[in-house]
Design a protein around this ligand. Structure first.
Ligand code: AMP
Length: 430
């Protein structure tokens, strides 16, 4: 299957080609023809599957082939839970529409509202928005949603998790009843099903499950650890394996700050990105990370949603998420759109239940490893795997009850040899 077979016009195909996409991802293959057919869709897809192009390309096609008469009106509204995701979708739309006469903009909270009001005044076709700021702007009469033809709810599950249910209802009351609806969600809880039932008309189901997209390209590793030794383990791993670009997840904002400080003290450039950081600080941290000016970005789950970082080579779950689906989101930051990646999880005894939850969700049991010199001292409440496999990297091995005293120097030759064996990856070209 090629993009040419999906019914997209040549200006869009040209932009897609310039973006470097060669073949459509599974979700794009399925969703694009349905959206062009003006169907409502209920899509199960998360970041990393190429879902953004799956809905933005056909929207661009529809809007550009049935142009506005007179002044531009908002004909497509894309609602997203986070600023980062909103900004990312907007960036993609700009890139995909370079050869079209389509205007898009993005609005989100945490930044001055006035420039957003001025942009909206000039007329736009596509609005990407987070719910709160959208309603603010509507309240100030800076926009009208009376002409929306296509409504997208992206990461609907996360919007509900973040408490946007009421805001979504308010928005639904502002858009015309006759419209096309596209709902994307990584998970399908009862609430999502109820939301979908209230919005979608005879939806087509589109699935891009993690099993057949990203997850299989990701090497997932579980390293058992004592909680208090995780910081040194991370430092050792980053330094000895010469990791350049590492995204590290913590469960809390405080944990993210603390770890960032520890990394900086160990001469590893890093920045934290979480809900308490200003929009400016978050954007700067992400930019610095993308430009390779900082080595490690430490993030909480919500802050990391929607970050677009192509070809991220390493993701570390410094702490496991307590919601198993968040694990899938996190590791979706690596191995994106065809590239492979590695996701390493440090698991201490109080996280075993989380680990089991993740294994259950994925239907997969992970081999447990330990790091040489950092074997956990805390009692394990799960039996380590019996397999004899040893990792090529000498720093890691499976737990061995006889190796209790086998501490070894950190800086042994093992990791430097393993380093040269590993293909080094960098951020790909956009
Ligand atoms: P998304 O799941 O929409 O966040 O997209 C994940 C990443 O894949 C983004 O960096 C996109 O630019 C990239 N991408 C989307 N579609 C394709 C494609 N067909 N081929 C290669 N990369 C793609």
């Amino acid at each position: 299957m090629s993009f040419e077979n999906l019914g997209l016009s040549s200006p869009i195909l040209k932009a897609v080609k310039e973006k470097g996409y060669i073949t459509p991802s599974p979700i794009q293959e399925k969703a694009i023809p349905l959206v062009l057919d003006r169907k409502d869709i209920l899509a199960s897809a998360q970041t990393g599957t190429g879902k953004t192009a799956g809905f933005t390309l056909p929207i661009l096609q529809i809007l550009s082939t049935t142009p506005n008469q007179g002044r531009r009106k908002i004909r497509s509204l894309i609602l997203t839970p986070t600023r980062e995701l909103a900004a990312q979708i907007y960036e993609n739309i700009k890139e995909y529409s370079v050869y079209l006469d389509i205007k898009a903009t993005v609005v989100f909270g945490g930044v001055n509202i006035n420039p957003q009001i001025s942009t909206l005044k000039n007329g736009i076709d596509i609005l990407v928005a987070t719910p709160g700021r959208l309603l603010d702007l509507h309240g100030q009469r800076a926009l009208s949603l009376a002409n929306v033809e296509i409504l997208v709810l992206d990461e609907a599950d996360r919007m509900l998790d973040m408490g946007f249910a009421k805001d979504i209802k308010r928005v639904l009351a502002l858009v015309p009843e006759r419209r096309q609806n596209l709902l994307f969600s990584a998970t399908f809880s009862l609430e999502i099903k109820q939301l979908a039932a209230g919005i979608l008309h005879n939806p087509e189901m589109v699935e891009a499950s993690p099993e057949n997209t990203t997850v299989e390209k990701i090497e997932q590793r579980v390293i058992l650890a004592d909680k208090n030794r995780k910081p040194s383990m991370l430092v050792k791993m980053i330094k000895e394996d010469n990791w350049d670009q590492v995204l590290v997840f913590t469960r809390t904002k405080h944990g993210a700050n603390k770890l960032t400080e520890k990394l900086q003290k160990s001469d590893i450039t890093s920045a934290a990105i979480h809900g308490n950081k200003s929009q400016g600080a978050r954007t700067k941290a992400l930019d610095d990370f993308k430009k390779n000016e900082i080595q490690v970005l430490v993030a909480t789950d919500i802050a990391a949603r929607g970050l677009d970082i192509p070809l991220l080579p390493h993701v570390v779950n410094y702490e496991l998420p307590n919601v198993p689906e968040d694990y899938v989101h996190r590791i979706g930051r690596t191995g994106r759109a065809g590239a492979s990646g590695e996701a390493v999880s440090f698991v201490c005894s109080e996280e075993y239940d989380f680990l089991r939850g993740i294994e259950k969700l994925l239907g997969q049991k992970f081999e447990r490893e330990t790091m040489l010199g950092y074997e956990p001292t805390e009692e394990e409440s799960i039996a380590p795997s019996k397999a004899e496999h040893r990792r090529p990297n000498n720093n890691f091995r499976k737990p061995n009850p006889q190796s209790g005293g086998g501490r070894s120097p950190h800086s042994g030759g093992g990791s430097s040899t393993s380093d040269s064996k590993k293909p080094k990856r960098f951020f790909g070209k956009r």
